[in-house]
Design a binder for this molecule. Structure first.
Ligand SMILES: Nc1ncnc2c1ncn2[C@@H]1O[C@H](COP(=O)(O)OP(=O)(O)OP(=O)(O)O)[C@@H](O)[C@H]1O
Ligand SMILES: [Mg+2]
Length: 203
């Protein structure tokens, strides 16, 4: 993407985003699909707000840190680096909300849940990995989890992962998972890192 284009988009966004609290719906539901994305530069790691971005993954995690009231072990391991990505913050919050919620909901009764969030760099991408020790995704469901309306939950819409895939792929990212039946699942979200040098050049 052109540096100038990125800068212009950043300018158009008003150089500021709402606080994360304003972005969350009370239930953590997805922002309306009909909302047009408000793309901008976001510091996904919640460290220095070097480009007017906002704290992202750490804050989403904090919403779930008591294991959704179910006393799970929740661990987060953030890289000390800042990772600026180009995305809609509302949409990314929805993606991570759904991954954490799915992880917590995958823990079977009677098992002590362990959910971990790890953020790290892989070449030119930042990777967020959300791991649970839940039931896993069986072979017959592996092809279906990203299909709209596929759900195994009485209260689920089955849209969470389908929408997440659209969101992540619309900004040239990837979402995928590794799973072992009855051991657990890791979901990975990989997003291209926007280099601070690119922004400085644009100024
Ligand atoms: N971490 C996970 N472990 C096991 N199964 C999972 C996991 N994440 C997703 N799934 C499976 O994929 C299905 C689709 O997930 P998705 O997030 O799209 O919808 P949902 O969670 O069922 O509904 P909603 O997101 O509206 O609450 C789930 O119903 C579940 O069967
Ligand atoms: Mg879900």
């Amino acid at each position: 993407m052109e540096k100038q284009t990125l800068f212009e988009i950043h300018q158009q966004s008003g150089n500021s985003f709402k606080t994360l609290a304003e972005l969350h719906t009370p239930t953590g539901h997805f922002v309306k699909c009909t909302d047009s994305p408000q793309l901008g530069l976001i510091d996904i790691n919640g460290n220095a707000l070097q480009v007017g971005g906002l704290s992202m993954i750490g804050n989403v995690f904090n919403l779930f840190k008591d294991g959704d009231g179910q006393g799970m072990q929740m661990k987060i391991d953030l890289s000390p680096d800042n990772f600026v990505v180009y995305a809609d913050p509302n949409q990314l919050v929805s993606v991570f909300n759904n991954l954490l919620k799915n992880g917590i909901q995958a823990i079977p009764d009677g098992r002590e849940g362990k959910i971990t969030v790890v953020l790290f760099q892989e070449e030119e991408m930042v990777c967020v990995k959300v791991t649970d020790n839940g039931v896993g995704i069986s072979d017959d469901k592996k092809d279906k989890v990203f299909v709209p309306n596929f759900t195994t939950k009485s209260s689920g819409t089955g849209l969470g992962l389908a929408i997440s895939k659209n969101i992540v792929e619309s900004v040239n990212g990837e979402i995928f998972f590794h799973t072992v039946a009855d051991v657990g699942t890791s979901f990975f979200v990989r997003l291209p890192i926007i280099r601070s040098g690119e922004l400085e050049d644009a100024h």
